[in-house]
Design a protein around this ligand. Structure first.
Ligand code: SF4
Ligand code: SF4
Length: 319
């Protein structure tokens, strides 16, 4: 048994079988197979099932992090899944992508776009301008995908990426998994989620309407759950509309199967998740924090679907 397998088994040991993680797991919601949930995996590990026999469960996890805050035993569930993914990657390697501008940070705020926002230069620049930030020349798109897939990131590539971020006073990161890893790789750095940073701007908050559905990026939210919950509660009270955090649809992700889809191994349907999030709601517009959420919502509703940064160009309701 490898040290990593031993540590995974030790992490699963406190599981009481309460089943709370199932309530929030998007894979459970769509697949209804307990073997694909943290509960099923933990109980299997407690009873000596080899990690290799849990490959299907490992592949299916979207790494949304929704199970982390609900576990009464504080088991680091999504962190364990990341560890498992490294033991058994979805892909051994992903293609490296380097942006043309590879200049390093020079103080100030640097916006690290990741995979999705990095592919939309106009929206990236709009978000950066709102935050008085500079968009990082290296989006880290390949690194974000590699983290999600469990694929190796070469030490030279990682060092080059991190070296260009070190001079920044503050990092704002669009991808929740990349944010998690940057905090581990650059301990002590001030790194914040993009959705949180943008939603704190009054110029954008004032454009939200009572008939909006506001879709929070789940991975960053669950990473900082205790700190961000009051922020989003206050935001929801201020604009009076709905978010994907209410009731049992707790931050169910529409985006998190992205790596599996890119790599041709889908585990859940983002469109099915969006239908569930929309079920029973009367909304006139969808506002998303994560660029990746635009497509699945646009595929199932004939309503405007905007990125949060796009609100800056929308006239105020009372204009
Ligand atoms: S991280 Fe998300 S998809 Fe994975 S087990 Fe937890 S709730 Fe389910
Ligand atoms: S929430 Fe935690 S303790 Fe409860 S079943 Fe899931 S992993 Fe086990």
């Amino acid at each position: 048994m490898s040290f990593s397998e031993h540590s995974l088994r030790a992490a699963a040991a406190p599981c009481s079988g309460c089943g709370l993680c199932q309530l929030v797991c998007p894979v459970w919601h769509q697949r209804r197979d307990v073997r694909l949930t943290p509960l099923g995996r933990s109980k299997a590990l407690q009873h000596g099932v080899p990690v290799a026999a849990l490959a299907g469960a490992l592949d299916a996890c979207t790494l949304c992090g929704a199970c982390d805050p609900v576990c009464p035993e504080s088991i680091p569930l999504s962190a364990s899944m990341l560890e498992w993914r490294r033991l058994r990657p979805l892909a051994e390697a992903v293609p490296q992508s380097h942006a043309a501008d590879m200049a390093g940070a020079r103080g100030g705020t640097l916006l690290v776009a990741g995979r999705s926002l990095g592919a939309d230069p106009e929206r990236l620049q709009r978000a950066a301008a709102l935050l008085d930030a500079r968009a990082a020349g290296d989006h880290g798109a390949d690194i974000a995908l590699a983290i999600e897939a469990g694929a190796a990131v070469g030490p030279a590539r990682r060092a080059a990426f991190l070296d260009r971020l070190r001079g920044a006073r503050r990092l704002v990161v669009a991808d929740g998994l990349l944010l998690r890893m940057l905090r581990a790789w650059l301990p002590g750095c001030d790194a914040a989620p993009l959705g949180h940073a943008l939603s704190g701007l009054q110029v954008l908050r004032a454009k939200l309407q009572r008939t909006d559905l506001y879709v929070i990026e789940p991975r960053a939210f669950h990473l900082d759950h205790a700190r961000l919950l009051p922020h989003y509660d206050a935001l929801q009270r201020a604009f009076g509309g709905a978010t994907n955090l209410d009731l049992h649809r707790m931050a169910i992700p529409t985006t998190a199967s992205a790596a599996q889809h890119i790599l041709g191994r889908p585990s859940i349907s983002p469109e099915a998740q969006t239908r569930w999030i929309l079920e029973g709601r009367k909304v006139d517009r969808v506002v998303v924090e994560d660029e990746q959420d635009i497509a699945p919502f646009a595929a199932v509703v004939s309503l405007p679907v905007l990125h949060l940064a796009d609100l800056a160009d929308i006239p105020s309701p009372d204009c």
